[in-house]
Design a protein around this ligand. Structure first.
Ligand code: NAD
Ligand code: WQD
Length: 344
């Protein structure tokens, strides 16, 4: 018998699709809502090829509350929501702040508003390590200071966390788990799903794999004059399947009454900081493929170094990132090769 029914917003997106796979494999019944603004329908085929189950899919916009009502009316018995749906490009958010505030905040508020009405008990929210800004100390714990956001995108994550806290405290009767992701990378080992960047990738790993395959001429390393051992920035690169699995544990915990507080916050990272240069070396080692790259100037607004203390997630959630960086890089490469086969 299928376990609970879960609504996954943004479920055809990068992290959402990997999470849908893990939810289905854990026995959950999944309904996806996505407006396909940053993903496409083919992702459903990839999910089905991995799990043998085609998730229910509703093409609609979460900022449209009547579309959400229709979804809840037609899919009775949804017990939990995982809210991935959001716009996520930091640079674009600086140019189009209202689009970001409107999309990310209205999506969240619509979902929250309808939860009590439709008896939905809990919501897992995709937050980000961006809330910590440039940390005073690494690794960061969930109690590390929240810094003033440097982009409207980052601000939507901070405001969303506050909105969730206020709504839970208001006596709405719902629960929430806020997950702060570090840098999600890699793809499903089957290479059936992965990250599909729109246009020129802004993030390191998609740019790297597109360079390795010859779509881009060379990878620019943004700065090697930081105060880090090799001068390049340091991040906590977390395998997307490991990340997806944390959502299954979080949903289970939330819906089986194991949460210690009505709003729980967890860092999802490996606990290991890797520099940009180390990541490139890991890719070359793991795949045997060279990545043409060149050191250029710093990218405005970059954080020098940030990595997670994931102990709360390890101890309380009982989740731990297990993939090695070499496996993760091999999965990113296999996905890029798969995209080439598809002519993308
Ligand atoms: P993504 O763009 O691949 O997925 C988001 C999905 O949401 C897309 O399929 C998009 O079409 C959909 N969507 C956007 N607005 C919508 C709306 N109004 N209604 C319905 N669907 C909508 O992004 P992702 O990398 O999978 O990120 C998922 C979540 O995790 C986002 O909230 C993002 O901010 C957060 N996050 C991502 C990262 C990262 O580096 N990828 C890091 C930290 C947090
Ligand atoms: C990683 C490192 C770059 C591209 C962003 C968002 C953050 C979160 C995760 C959602 C940096 C360097 C990159 C390139 C490079 N997203 N780099 N050459 O900046 O850590 O975080 O995604 O919440 O909010 O800001 O990720 O992948 O862009 O960069 O040298 O072509 O790689 O300078 O040091 P970032 P990223």
């Amino acid at each position: 018998m299928a376990k609970d029914k879960i609504l996954v917003t943004g479920g055809t997106g990068y992290i959402g699709s990997h999470t849908v796979v893990e939810l289905q494999q854990a026995g959950y019944d999944v309904v996806i809502i996505d407006n396909l603004s940053n993903s496409n329908r083919d992702v459903l085929d990839g999910i089905e090829r991995i799990t043998g189950i085609r998730p229910d899919f509703v093409e609609a916009d979460c900022t449209d509350i009547s579309a959400l009502r229709k979804l809840f009316d037609e899919h009775k018995g949804i017990r939990g929501i995982i809210n991935f749906a959001a716009s996520k490009a930091v640079g674009e958010s600086i140019e189009k702040p209202l689009l970001y505030y409107r999309n990310n905040l209205n999506t969240l508020m619509n979902l929250l508003e309808l939860m009590p009405e439709y008896g939905v008990e809990g919501i897992v929210f995709s937050s980000s390590c961006t809330v910590y800004g440039e940390p005073d100390e690494n690794p960061v714990t969930e109690n590390s200071p929240i810094k003033v956001a440097t982009s409207p995108y980052g601000n939507t994550k901070q405001i969303s966390e506050e909105i969730i806290r206020d709504f839970v405290r208001s006596g709405s009767g719902i629960k929430s788990v806020i997950l702060r992701y570090f840098n999600p990378v890699g793809a499903h080992p089957s290479a059936e799903i992965g990250e599909l960047p729109n246009g020129v990738p802004q993030n390191l790993v998609p740019y790297l794999t597109q360079t390795a395959i010859g779509i881009r001429k060379e990878l620019s390393v943004f700065g090697d004059d930081y105060s880090t051992p090799d001068g390049s920035c340091i991040r906590d690169f977390i395998n997307v399947v490991d990340l997806a699995k944390a959502h299954v544990v979080a949903v289970e915990r939330m819906l089986t009454g194991k949460s210690q507080e009505d709003v729980e916050v967890f860092n999802l990272g490996t606990g290991v900081g890797l520099s940009v240069k180390e990541l490139i070396a890991a890719f070359e080692r793991a795949t045997g493929v060279k990545v043409p790259h060149r050191i250029v100037g710093r990218r405005a607004g970059d954080i020098e170094k940030v990595w997670a203390n994931p102990e709360r997630a390890n101890n309380v959630l009982g989740w731990k990132a297990t993939a090695t960086i070499d496996d993760t890089m091999r999965s990113a490469w296999a996905w890029q090769l798969h995209l080439r086969d598809l002519g993308k």
